[in-house]
Design a protein around this ligand. Structure first.
Ligand SMILES: *Cc1c(COP(=O)(O)O)cnc(C)c1O
Length: 503
């Protein structure tokens, strides 16, 4: 069942397990399968299915070399009791006056009820379980895996929570120093576990992510690590094992809409997705290929609106100013998973993808006009600057009595900017983080007085809104800091090697 290959060539065919173990292809491409959409999810029975059942179905389709028993065990471990909601990803209707010009019902899909209060838990509770069910025989000889991840804020903690003390695995997380929120930093620097390493980097997320890609491509480092039985892998959203679990909640949202009577089976639904690395929204495209009636997928960006420019002009230009915003997990100029979207919408043209990615290394590329037209049929786009993010948080609270974080606010704003597709029957904004992960930005958007300490901000927010901070965030205040290393970009490789030596 070797169905996976690189977006940049078909030279090597891998099973899903091999692709998950490797993370990224040796030529720098991402693993894709040409079987995507050959088998589909049956819509008729969707309404009666809960999250775990849907997860078993979707994962079974996309990861064909895992046995049904293995998938079922992964799903139980990942979602059985780790999420603070029986729906896992509950859908909430925005009450009160519609914010939508066509007065379509609008919903929020809350993806942040997992252990770290961000949507990345959905994938990162699953990835270690999938990885644990691969073995050295699937891929090379190494018996231990070192996960290396660069994070713009949320991936790091979610990956640490997923991989801490996972058998046969270590994890190293790099985050850009001073460019994540205080709560995000403490979530990582207080992480426990014998196999975890956390390090701040002097640079921004793109610098760190590029350096991680360089570490993966470093053959000499790989040889030294292999000699001590260690192989590197990735927990970034370039790993198929992270992408696939995210496809599930698009179906789960639709099932909830069916149960509520908001749509009938077959009605199209629009999804608006706060986007950075293009992983979350790409999962929506996978869901569409698996048969979900998706009207349009709206890419919502913050002030780093490189995707908005690309989707409107066809030119992707990473040579632009980088802004540090209140939505750090979307502060990204090189959106890695876009490569998979290009692959599929260019009908599997590996040569074209390889050429475009080569050009990107030099700064920019432009896609052919017919490809752009095809992309625009599937994806809409909007973006919010920081004032608009703050205004969106306030508007959503005042209009609907519903509190959103700055990332979700980009989606909320984009939904108002972009007219609904004519065939859409409902619109869903994906909510990617608890507002309590970013208490300062949220409280100040509401015009509340913000004390210097983020935890005091949480209390201000609780009092003013009558909502409650997740305990896993409020209790961070009491936890000891266990990781305080800081390195330059070119010191990251040595840090990984030192961390691997401890496995
Ligand atoms: C990671 C993240 C995003 C962006 O998701 P991508 O899959 O990278 O597009 C948006 N919001 C939050 C809160 C995140 O953590």
């Amino acid at each position: 069942m070797a169905t996976y290959h690189s977006t940049r060539s078909r030279i090597e065919a891998l099973s899903a397990k091999q692709a998950i173990r490797r993370g990224i292809a040796p030529d720098g491409g991402l693993y894709v399968s040409d079987e995507l959409g050959e088998r589909r999810i049956d819509l008729a029975g969707l309404a009666s299915k809960g999250y775990l059942e849907l997860a078993r179905e979707v994962l079974g389709l996309l990861l064909p070399d895992y046995s049904a028993d293995a998938i079922a065990a992964c799903v139980d471990e990942a979602y059985g009791d780790t999420f603070a909601s029986p729906e896992v990803t509950p859908l909430v209707k925005l009450a009160g006056e519609s914010t939508d010009a066509q007065a379509l019902p609008s919903y929020v899909l809350e993806l942040w009820h997992g252990p770290t209060s961000a949507f990345k838990d959905v994938a990162l509770q699953m990835l270690p379980r999938l990885m644990a069910r691969t073995n050295a025989a699937d891929e090379g000889a190494a018996d231990k895996i070192m996960i290396v991840t660069a994070t713009s804020g949320d991936t790091g903690k979610a990956a640490l929570a997923g991989f801490a003390d996972a058998p046969g695995c270590g994890i190293t997380v790099f985050y850009p120093e001073g460019k994540v929120s205080r709560v995000q930093e403490l979530q990582m620097s207080t992480q426990e576990g014998a196999n975890v390493s956390v390090c701040a980097v002097r640079g921004n997320f793109d610098d760190a992510q590029s350096a991680v890609k360089g570490i993966f491509a470093d053959r000499e480092l790989a040889a030294r690590l292999a000699a001590s039985g260690v192989q590197l892998s990735s927990a970034n959203s370039i790993n198929v094992g992270r992408l696939v679990p995210q496809v599930v909640y698009y179906f789960a949202a639709y099932a909830q809409l069916l149960r509520e009577g908001a749509v009938e089976a077959g009605d199209a639904v629009e999804f608006c997705v706060p986007t950075g690395n293009f992983g979350d929204i790409l999962a929506g495209y996978y869901a569409k290929r698996l048969g979900l009636p998706v009207a349009k997928l709206i890419v919502a960006s913050d002030k780093n609106n490189v995707l908005f420019d690309f989707l409107t002009t066809g030119a992707y230009d990473r040579e632009r100013p980088f802004y540090t915003t209140t939505s750090p997990s979307m502060d990204i100029l090189i959106s890695s998973n876009l490569e998979r979207m290009l692959y599929y919408l260019a009908d599997g043209d590996c040569e074209l993808v390889a050429r475009l990615m080569d050009e990107l290394a030099g700064g920019r590329y432009t896609v052919p006009a017919d490809l752009l037209a095809r992309i625009q049929e599937v994806f809409g786009c909007g973006w919010a600057d920081e004032d608009e993010v703050a205004a969106a948080i306030k508007d959503c609270w005042e209009r609907h009595g519903y509190l959103i974080d700055p990332h979700t606010a980009c989606g909320y704003h984009a939904l108002q900017q972009v007219a609904a597709a004519p065939d859409a029957r409902a619109r869903v904004v994906l909510s990617t983080a608890s507002p309590y992960k970013f208490p300062r930005a949220v409280a100040s958007s509401l015009g509340l007085f913000c004390p210097p300490d983020d935890f005091a901000c949480m209390q201000v927010l609780e009092k003013a809104t009558g909502t409650c901070a997740p305990t896993q965030l409020s209790e961070l205040r009491e936890k000891p800091v266990l990781h305080d290393a800081v390195v330059d970009i070119d010191g990251m490789g040595a840090f990984v090697e030192a961390a691997s030596a401890k496995l």
